[in-house]
Design a protein around this ligand. Structure first.
Ligand SMILES: [Zn+2]
Length: 110
């Protein structure tokens, strides 16, 4: 008997329906396994399914769970301890903003 092993590796969060538990996702070099689903009620009252993923912290290797929509481009890469929301992002974002400001400032007439 063939063993039922659905080891199809997904590389993009772009589902029409919820993937089966155990679905493996490779996202930016990190491995996520679908472990369940939940329902999320958005602000306009719509109920949308969300996917629960389990992965291992990029920092310390601790297993953690995160969630995404059926179509999503980003996922947590770190456990709650190492997940500093916006830390790296705002750092580079701030740099970019100040660079933009400088450029815009220069473009303005003195
Ligand atoms: Zn960690």
């Amino acid at each position: 008997m063939p063993t039922k092993r659905n080891q199809r590796v997904i590389r993009k969060i772009d589902f029409r329906v919820l993937p089966a538990p155990g679905t493996v996702l490779m996202h930016e070099g990190q491995r996520y396994v679908m472990v369940g689903s939940d329902l999320h009620v958005s602000r306009d009252g719509k109920t949308v399914p969300i996917i629960l993923w389990q992965s291992y912290c990029a920092e310390c290797g601790t297993p953690f769970q995160c969630s995404s929509g059926l179509k999503s481009g980003s996922l947590n890469r770190r456990c709650p301890v190492h997940h500093a929301p916006g830390k790296a992002v705002s750092g580079s974002g701030r740099k970019r903003v100040s660079r933009h400001l400088r450029k815009h400032g220069r473009r303005k007439k003195p």
